[in-house]
Write a protein that binds this ligand. Structure first.
Ligand SMILES: C[S@@+](CC[C@H](N)C(=O)[O-])C[C@H]1O[C@@H](n2cnc3c(N)ncnc32)[C@H](O)[C@@H]1O
Length: 243
């Protein structure tokens, strides 16, 4: 069967339409509604929220069709319990593909390394994470209780350079702060440091010489590149408050 492709803009096929098409292929038009809105994609893992009156064996063909149709999905699991306990976890049953529950989940340009069996994570809150981040004003201090893997905080922080400004504020003279982002984008790395240096004459870069290599944009700061260093792309810079 031909793999299908989707695009967020809908110019090829939206994710929702693609899922409907996959479900319809497996169960036919009579039963497909039972499974709509029941598939979540978290990184390269698909999770099927099992209807209570459906057996796991009935989910197997759907899991296999997802793997066939969406090549970047490597593993398919079914939920085996409601969200429960202090840590809001679920039990899962492995259905198809790699028996792996760890993945990199991306949301609003942030990357979260998660194990779906060990932390609460849901793409269904994606809109809410961004909505709340937009309500945060410059200079506000946010306490995120029950943060989990921190999607609210991290998405806020990405949107607010001011958070770094506040962290710098906490340094005593001579104190140092290591600013690091898992991103290849200058606007999340070098440009944030350049911005803070413009704001604060009392902050300076402590030049670093490794590991990995110097940033081609901002001397004294460091970069790791996926194509060179067999790691994710990231940036780090050591900042010091002058005595
Ligand atoms: C409903 S989840 C929300 C997670 C996160 N805010 C999100 O949007 O993905 C609640 C989170 O609170 C965490 N949690 C439970 N008890 C906690 C405690 N005593 N202190 C901090 N976090 C806790 C759980 O691990 C869980 O990840």
């Amino acid at each position: 069967m031909t793999p299908l492709h989707f695009a967020s803009t809908g110019d090829i096929m939206t994710k929702g339409k693609l899922m409907k098409e996959i479900i319809r292929r497996v169960y036919g038009p009579e039963r497909d509604r039972m499974f709509w809105h029941r598939i979540d994609i978290i990184g390269d893992i698909a999770v099927i929220r099992k209807p209570f009156d459906v057996d796991y064996s009935e989910l197997q063909p759907l899991a296999e069709e997802i793997l066939r149709s969406i090549p970047y999905i490597k593993s398919v699991w079914a939920t085996a319990s409601p969200v429960d306990g202090d840590y809001r976890l679920r039990e899962f049953v492995h259905l198809a593909g790699e028996k792996r529950s760890e993945t990199i989940y991306k949301e609003h340009g942030c990357r979260f390394k998660v194990d779906i069996r060990r932390v609460y994570i849901t793409p269904r809150l994606s809109f809410e994470h961004e909505r709340i981040a937009k309500t945060v004003n410059e200079g506000e201090v946010v306490i995120n209780m029950y943060a989990g893997v921190g999607p609210f905080s991290i998405i806020m922080a990405k949107k607010k350079k001011r958070m770094l400004a506040q962290a710098v504020e906490l340094l005593r003279p001579g104190g140092r702060l290591l600013y690091t982002t898992c991103s290849v984008l200058p606007e999340e790395g070098e440009e944030v440091v350049e911005w803070i240096l413009q704001q604060r004459r009392d902050i300076e870069i402590v030049p670093l010489h490794g590991p990995y290599e110097e940033s081609p944009i901002l001397p004294g700061t460091m970069r790791a590149w996926p194509h060179k260093h067999e790691t994710t792309g990231f940036f780090y810079a050591l900042l010091e408050k002058r005595l």
